[in-house]
Design a protein around this ligand. Sequence first.
Ligand SMILES: [Zn+2]
Length: 233
Amino acid sequence: MVQRIDPVQASKTAQPSRAPAPDSKVTKEVFDQTNATRSGRSKPRRNKNLFAFAGFVSCSCGRRLVGQIAKPRYAYYACSARCGVSAIREADLSAKFAEHLKAIQITQATADFILAGIKEFESKHRVEHNVRLRRLQARQLEIQATVDKAYDDKLAGRITDDYWGLRSNEWQTELATVSASIRQLENATFDSFATGRTVLELSQRAADLYVKQTWTEQARLIGLTTHTLCGTA
Ligand SMILES: [Zn+2]
């Protein structure tokens, strides 16, 4: 069973806000930050315990670089094995990351080459799509004509009721399949080229976009990339 906290009971037992005692483990900064959030006047501030590169960077010795705070708003990363490689400031790592994004940026020529490939694929796909659609539409008309003729034959007594019943079931089944395929093809969209162009444009602007983001957004972007940067002395 999950233990649930009664909100009424919790608020009764909650301690009133007061400044931390001098020997308290809670620093004044943490206290002020917490209170700012409580009173609703919180500014978009960096979370003290959040390191943008945590888990993504390793030292040149192969061990993890761990985030530490030297003074407010000054984060740095040091080797977890304390191998002697100097610590690196988060701001410097961030600049390296932006360079890294620039380095993996594709050229306009490469982007054009990829887009031309997508365009060719999409136009081939569109032709095949139209051929298939016309074929199915023709088949739909054919089945409909067969059904109409058989119905006339049944009324005129040229075919038996049993024959009509058997065949008409088959035709209706095929008609339903064909109609469903037609609907599917009619609703198909051709957006590979547009999507590809958007993705390529974004990747080409990745470094510029990264530099312009807030710390939180930058941290998110770092988390999205799987690349590991190596710490250098
Ligand atoms: Zn190291």
